[in-house]
Write a protein that binds this ligand. Structure first.
Ligand code: NAP
Length: 329
């Protein structure tokens, strides 16, 4: 049977304005880095996408290299778009990126105009789209002049292949520079996508201030520290978890006893709040108004539902914030 979206899908989600732009993003967005490749079960991914859109998640984040194999997440998502979501294209914000190694030779990596423009053409073909909503430079390139990378982003907007552009993992100084160049070209930088979680707070050291100053929104990636900020690793490494799978980016060795001790203490606070740790970790990011959206991953509908329930309790008392600060300092 063909997919029909829930008519009440906009009633439970919160939408936040992305910096000083006209675009609003859902407080919780869904990323397709893991769980949507050819190594995964297509129908499971399809159920997650349906559930997400039914719950008001309008934003789906991809990149050229998501899979594995690289490119397969875009292909699979493209198939879901054309079979199930075609009628909803104007209700969706679809992003993709280029910046990490994608094809052999000197033109399939980092930030040259050659790479960014040909990669977007490939992504559009894989997803069977005329345009993406947001196109990102996936990481800064130490060797390509920033002007070249930004001119490529500006060009795809002017060609109508992307509506907005963003940057990911740029330092505060690089972000300020990228914002200035893009503004001078007439294409404001919409958004920054940094890694940000209770266990990785580098953005608090200048980046969030630059975003506010430049009018850029932000979307926090790996907000659950790839699953570590949930209760799943408290009693060992489950076989079907990201750290237990051979294709997962989270390595078992990185789940140290030291980290687990922090996670256990956070889990206690979450329980006292009547929330799962995943929910508390997401809510903790959303308390900062400079965070437009939190970009979660999910390997099941159940996890996505757990994460969506975050929106039922976003409030923290000063006492809770103080206790959390002590644990994650
Ligand atoms: N710009 C960049 O360089 C960059 C880098 C990384 C990610 N991203 C983006 O950010 C998105 C999210 O990153 P991420 O997948 O690392 O995010 P995450 O939300 O930190 O981790 C998601 C993983 O945690 C587990 N999980 C999620 N909810 C759970 C719950 N309620 N209970 C128990 N376990 C739960 C699942 O792993 P299991 O498989 O263990 O179930 C899930 O796949 C990516 O898809 C991508 O779009 C961008």
């Amino acid at each position: 049977m063909s997919y029909q979206s829930n008519a009440q899908r906009y009633e439970s989600m919160t939408y936040n304005r992305c910096g000083r732009s006209g675009l609003k993003l859902p407080a919780i967005s869904l990323g397709l880095w893991h769980n949507f490749g050819d190594v995964d079960v297509y129908e499971n991914g399809q159920k997650i996408i349906h559930r997400a859109f039914d719950a008001g998640i309008t934003h789906f984040d991809l990149a050229n290299n998501y899979g594995p194999p690289a490119g397969s997440a875009e292909e699979n998502f493209g198939r879901m778009l054309s079979t199930d979501l075609k009628a909803y294209r104007d209700e969706l914000i679809i992003s993709t990126k280029a910046g990490y190694g994608m094809w052999p030779g000197p033109y399939g990596d980092f930030g040259s105009r050659k790479y960014l423009i040909s990669s977007l053409d490939q992504s559009l073909k894989r997803m069977k789209l005329d345009y993406v909503d947001i196109y990102y430079s996936h990481r800064p390139d130490p060797d390509t002049p920033m002007e070249e990378t930004m001119m490529a982003l500006d060009q795809v907007v002017k060609q109508g292949k992307a509506l907005y552009v963003g940057i990911s993992s740029y330092s505060p100084e690089q972000t300020r520079m990228a914002a200035e160049i893009l503004r001078s070209l007439g294409t404001p930088c919409l958004i920054h996508q940094p890694r940000y979680s209770m266990l990785d707070r580098w953005v608090e050291d200048g980046l969030l201030d630059v975003l506010e100053e430049t009018g850029m929104g932000s979307i926090a990636f790996s907000p659950l520290e790839q699953g570590l900020l949930t209760d799943k690793y408290l009693h060992g490494i489950p076989e079907d978890s990201r750290a237990g799978k051979p294709t997962g980016f989270l390595r078992a060795e990185s789940i140290t006893e030291e980290k687990l001790q922090v996670v256990r203490q956070l889990n206690n606070i979450a329980q006292q709040r009547g929330q799962s740790l995943a929910q508390m970790a997401i809510a903790w990011l959303l308390k900062d108004k400079r965070v437009t959206s939190v970009l979660v991953g999910a390997s099941s509908v159940k996890q996505l539902d757990d994460n969506l329930k975050t929106l039922d309790n976003l409030h923290f008392s000063d006492e809770e914030l103080g206790k959390i600060r002590e644990i994650i300092k």
